[in-house]
Design a protein around this ligand. Structure first.
Ligand code: GLV
Length: 371
């Protein structure tokens, strides 16, 4: 970094070895030491002190107050996540601060986790292990104490066919599932055609006995016909854009699902009305739900989802979908969130791409910089 100013970076949490890459480039890097998010006042104080780059996570509210505190210094906010609903895009644009995210590198891990959530739920892995650990495994029996539902060959409704939805479709194809796709925006018919070709090949070569299929349908048809409904949409609150996804899964839509069907969500918590899911499970409108994201995280102690009456049908995980070692911490920007996070920051601070944020691959709010 010869002849270059020594950049100052504040990270609101430790993102591992990738921070060393910045230090090796001569950056002055300070990290909030605790595992919890820092108080907002501390972030403001650091920014007022002249930070050039801020590394954030989903837990940090990044709004006008933050950008105001960074006036004159703050050049980039680099988010360690694909989602950025904690960052007020309009404020970033108003203050002309590019922000980056870590899309792509967590796509497969997130889809694979959705698939595992589905399997754990349907095959009752939690109840089965509990039984054994409580020493209540009486004897092997054809159907006692309970049976689960197979995933192979079943029909899944994939709600949202962006990056993660498409990756989930690939996993489901390996299990010969029939796939009902729904997306309110872009429909990727080329991808669907390619998947159907793969399915046909599996069938015609005798790899699998039955021919499975994939198609786009309307939302209601996906809900009504699927054995599993998996949600992969961004959070769009009312007024933020059309159509909103806030409480997309609610009492009305849960009632459309089959009583034997299962719901899986590892997109964003507020996409699902949690009270409605708890009610649906208590009243057996659906067979089960597996959730990895919540309206409030960590999940509050008094959440209706914690009701012991539904615990055998309700799998709950701590926002864990991208929590694979390589996905989270690899310093390679093509493999890890940490690597991609610091690369996004470097691109802006070191003015790669001729210093044009609208050309930088990891900048999200490109619109603010288009000439
Ligand atoms: C996790 O939820 C992410 O957005 O990366």
């Amino acid at each position: 970094m010869a002849d270059q100013k020594r950049f100052r970076v504040y990270a609101t949490c430790d993102i591992g070895e990738a921070l060393e890459l910045l230090r090796k480039r001569g950056y002055d890097v300070e990290v909030y030491p605790g595992p919890e998010p820092p108080p907002k006042e501390l972030i403001l104080e650091k920014l007022r002190g002249g930070v050039d780059g801020l590394i954030t996570t989903l837990r940090d509210p990044i709004d006008a107050e933050v950008f105001q505190a960074g006036t004159g210094h703050l050049k980039v906010v680099s988010q360690f996540a694909v989602g950025y609903d904690n960052i007020r895009r309009a404020d970033a644009n108003r203050y002309q601060v590019p922000f980056t995210n870590t899309a792509d590198v967590l796509t497969e891990a997130t889809a694979e986790f959705a698939f595992f959530m589905m399997g754990a739920l349907a095959r009752k892995l939690w109840s089965a292990e509990h039984l054994l650990r409580k020493n209540e495994w009486g004897t092997w029996h054809p159907y006692l104490p309970f049976l689960g539902d197979e995933v192979t060959g079943k029909t899944i409704g994939v709600i949202g066919t962006g990056r993660i939805g498409l990756a989930m479709i690939k996993k489901c194809t390996g299990f010969d599932m029939n796939i009902l796709c729904y997306d309110p925006g872009f429909q990727n018919h080329d991808f669907v055609r390619a998947i159907q070709q793969l399915k046909d090949l599996r069938h015609s070569t005798g790899v699998c006995k039955d021919r499975s299929w994939i198609k786009y349908v309307e939302f209601e048809q996906a809900l009504r016909e699927a054995d599993f409904v998996t949600v992969h949409v961004p959070l769009i609150r009312p007024g933020e854009g059309a159509p909103p996804t806030y409480h997309l899964i609610n009492e009305k839509t849960l009632r459309m699902m089959k009583p034997t069907a299962y719901l899986i969500n590892n997109s964003r918590g507020p996409v699902v009305d949690e009270a409605a899911v708890a009610k649906a499970l208590r009243e057996n409108w659906i067979a089960g739900a597996a959730l990895d994201v919540f309206a409030r995280e960590p999940l509050p102690a008094d959440s209706p989802l914690r009701d012991p009456a539904i615990e055998d049908r309700c799998r709950l995980y701590p926002h864990f979908a991208s929590a694979g070692k390589i996905t989270r911490l690899s310093t390679d920007p093509d493999k890890g969130m940490a690597g991609r996070c610091v690369q996004g920051l470097i691109d802006v601070l070191e003015q790669h791409y001729n210093g044009d944020p609208s050309k930088m691959p990891f900048v999200v709010n490109k619109e603010a910089f288009k000439k």
